[in-house]
Design a protein around this ligand. Sequence first.
Ligand code: GLN
Length: 192
Amino acid sequence: MAVIGVLALQGDFAEHIKLLETIGVEATEVRLSDDLRKIQALIIPGGESTTIVQLMDAFDLTAEINRLVKEGMPTWGTCAGMIVLAREITEDRPKPLGLMDIRVRRNAFGRQVDSFEADVSVPVLGEKPFPAVFIRAPAIEEMGPDVEPLANLNGHGVIAARQGNVMVTAFHPELTQDQRFHAYFLSMVSGS
Ligand code: GLN
């Protein structure tokens, strides 16, 4: 069975691991480049994108993650993880990896106090709306033709999207009891 790696440098990686374990998936923390050899898929969690990018460089993970994702490893960025994977961001920092054809604006919904939850329609997950938790969330300002939108939030455009093996969500499915986004990611891993 596939092992899912969760980048564990900063942010809410523990919540992703916990949710994956509740659905019976083997999940492991990724801190060193050796850890990348054990995994078949990667989640970049929410947190602070500038810190995550700095630590990826400091731990010599950037080049190897770039290579693996370009080779097709299923990869999912939640919130800060979406910023890390973008082609371009509106701000000067951090320098994103450029692994998905999207331009992203950080903190697009306001400051921490403006965190909110919204029930959003995500057609690939079925009819029941998904409880999306936004915390200083980024927004997708522009996306290339190969990017498939997975969910919209009224007035804020696309908040979840996929380009081949790479998926991003502006919100935090790991902070809910709803396991459907993690299950969908697993379907990308098994190729179904
Ligand atoms: N605002 C954060 C950033 O710019 C992301 C917030 C989050 O991941 N919850 O990195």
